[in-house]
Design a protein around this ligand. Sequence first.
Ligand SMILES: Cc1cc2nc3c(=O)[nH]c(=O)nc-3n(C[C@H](O)[C@H](O)[C@H](O)COP(=O)(O)OP(=O)(O)OC[C@H]3O[C@@H](n4cnc5c(N)ncnc54)[C@H](O)[C@@H]3O)c2cc1C
Length: 403
Amino acid sequence: MRAIIVGGGIAGPAAAMALQRVGVDAIVLEAAEGTRVAGSWFTVAPNGLAALGAIEALDPVRALGIPTRHNLMRGATGRELGRLGLGGTLDDGTPALSFRRPDLAAALGAEAQRRGIQVRYGARVAYVHDDGDRARVTLRDGTRLEGDLVIGADGIHSVVRTAIDPDAATPRYLGLANFGGISPGAATSSGLPAGAWTFVFGRRAFFGALPTPDGDVVWFVNEPRPPVTREERSATSPADWLAHLGSLAEPDHSGFTELIAAGELELAGDATYDLPRVRRWHRGRLGLIGDALHAPAPSSGQGASMALEDAVVLARCLRDAGTPPSAFAAFEAERRRRVERIVAAGARSSSSKTAGPVARVFQDAVLRWVFRHLVNDRSQAWVYGERVSLDAEAAHVKLNSRG
Ligand SMILES: Cc1cc2nc3c(=O)[nH]c(=O)nc-3n(C[C@H](O)[C@H](O)[C@H](O)COP(=O)(O)OP(=O)(O)OC[C@H]3O[C@@H](n4cnc5c(N)ncnc54)[C@H](O)[C@@H]3O)c2cc1C
């Protein structure tokens, strides 16, 4: 069997490696030229790391990740609102790891290539078609490829999703522009705790920062606002953005104004979207995984982890179900409830970042209550405790008691 995987981000190379382990050949087609792309940081939780482990791809990327044990939530006054664990550790003691997105994507692509899998960069897919007997793909440069199935791992603006269902749901703008940066050498002066993301529900924006083992601090800012327009982007220099982001933190007691002033911009005004419910997950020989299927709000912290889980589960379904259509159906039956629950929870937590000035007055008290009673380590155990495997018997929740 031969699979064509559209998208060489996180889900694509992982799926190719998972398929190789069940005897399915795959080629990965990635639109980006080379591996130098934009992107800031995200966390892969133990459930996502377990998926990497299931295809023996954790060790090749482990050193790129920053061990991250919990998220510390603060209000605009600096008061602690709550502390949320990130799922404890894997059996070998590995906690959640925070990665720079382009580094993890490049490392997974390189590992797939090292295993003999073809990963083509600069290969933008224009059309996807299932003619019953074969699945066909046409690149923008006119190149045509065919296989037994096409897997759309092509992210939030997926072309494969539209090929499956021309009326498919479109991504929903979450009302936040995302900026990311790094402040070299700022770890000590920032006073931020190591091994944790510190999140600040500020008066004008939502902020996050994580010290790196090298003594730097990586940070992001989510600003409530309409999407950044093309004209605005071309008229705004990195220094202008940094000045603007610093000013957003001025009303708070968080230290972010100084941190951002010492920083370099890595991601400028990325529009944040989610994808709550995709009606058709597959059609014939065409199917979807990762953000193409269930992009969560970035605040869920589960986008990459769910994408990695998908890669492993789909490979197991293909091995066990035999034909692509039955494998896609088995995959949907196993995955839909979990991923839609996570996307819904992500949308709820994202809305707390866009609270208006009146809501902000009450927000600290509400959030303290929420982190004590509603969103806590126990209530999140079903998210982090998932352990997917190519071995069907081991595929369901196994909670790790260490944390
Ligand atoms: C450039 C970029 C930067 C990102 N930065 C962040 C970040 O800073 N923080 C964060 O939490 N999440 C970020 N994400 C999203 C994050 O990677 C995903 O939420 C998650 O990891 C799921 O991965 P995925 O592989 O399903 O999707 P993605 O990581 O989005 O990967 C999809 C891939 O498909 C490729 N692609 C799209 N269309 C085509 C096409 N027609 N033909 C061929 N290839 C195509 C894209 O170039 C991309 O590499 C970013 C995504 C991208 C694409």
